[in-house]
Design a protein around this ligand. Structure first.
Ligand SMILES: [Zn+2]
Length: 287
């Protein structure tokens, strides 16, 4: 059964560790993340972007697949199914489809409109038992067509949005989506610390987890980050493993062309990446 992200993140914030959000793209991806979470007895959040939802034939298909898989695989650790960077319209689609958590990315609206729409969605989520993530200050890089400049969030704005009653808050602290450039300035811990001081117990969310050095991840967790989004890193390890399989000519040996064989190394690579992240974030054994 799917749960919302409230309890797992409240525990994570109090226990000074972070729960990973791993974005899924297909059946193999979902299976790899769920199995690893179960093996490591870790809570987990499955992230679905608008693009990935479309690719998987819509949010209803995704919710039905995840729901059935949690049951078939005998998954007992807490699993949240979460819309990543949702538009206002997609939030309602996912609420309808049976997601247990949504992110409303209102960062591109003027602050007043962001607040009005966030408030409305908080009420709907509260009625239906979902958790809601809001974002203040856009996060750099490109994710499914949503482009942000990577600014640092204003701590006062963060407090204003946190006080509306959101479950968790994503705030830009110099993090970006995708690969980090050579000349990246690093995370702004000064901003993070100021945000944490203003928002108290609110679990903070770090987007763009790929490529942030381990010591920065640990410091961010110590300053109140309780949810870390990982997407690109799983994609890179999946692609590398599949490429290696084909370059070694394994698809040409026997029935190596069987998709179940062809995709197996990629699926294992996702599992290895997820395990590495759960160990780094400290969520192992916290289910
Ligand atoms: Zn993001």
């Amino acid at each position: 059964m799917l749960v919302n992200a409230k309890e797992m993140l409240t525990k994570a914030k109090a226990g000074k560790y972070a729960v990973g959000q791993f974005n899924i793209n297909n059946l193999e991806w979902t299976k790899a993340v769920l199995e690893t979470a179960q093996e490591l007895n870790s809570p987990v959040i499955l992230g679905v972007s608008a693009g990935a939802g479309k690719y998987m034939c819509g949010f209803k298909t995704v919710a039905a697949m995840v729901d059935a898989m949690v049951d078939s695989l005998g998954i007992t650790v807490p699993v949240a199914l979460h819309l990543d960077h949702g538009t206002y319209e997609d939030c309602y689609k996912c609420i309808d489809a049976g997601f247990s958590s949504i992110m409303f990315d209102g960062s591109h609206y003027p602050i007043e409109e962001n607040i009005a729409k966030t408030k409305e969605l908080i009420d709907v989520c509260a009625q239906k038992g979902l958790s809601l993530e809001a974002e203040v200050g856009s996060i750099g890089g490109e994710e499914d067509g949503v482009v942000g400049m990577g600014e640092c969030a204003d701590p006062d704005e963060c407090k204003m949005i946190a006080d509306l009653g959101v479950t968790m808050l994503a705030a830009g602290i110099g993090n970006i989506h995708g690969k980090y450039p050579e000349n990246w300035a690093g995370l702004s811990f000064e901003t993070l610390d100021a945000i944490q001081q203003k928002t108290g117990d609110m679990p903070l969310v770090l987007h763009g987890g790929t490529g942030i050095p381990e010591d920065m991840i640990k410091k961010a967790i110590s300053l109140g980050v309780a949810k870390i989004n990982v997407n690109t890193e799983c994609q890179i390890s999946f692609a590398e493993a599949v490429r290696k399989y084909i370059e070694e000519g394994k698809d040409l040996q026997g029935k190596g062309f069987d998709p179940r064989k062809l995709l197996a190394p990629g699926t294992q690579a996702i599992k290895d990446t997820v395990k590495e992240k759960m160990e780094l974030f400290g969520s192992v054994g916290k289910a």
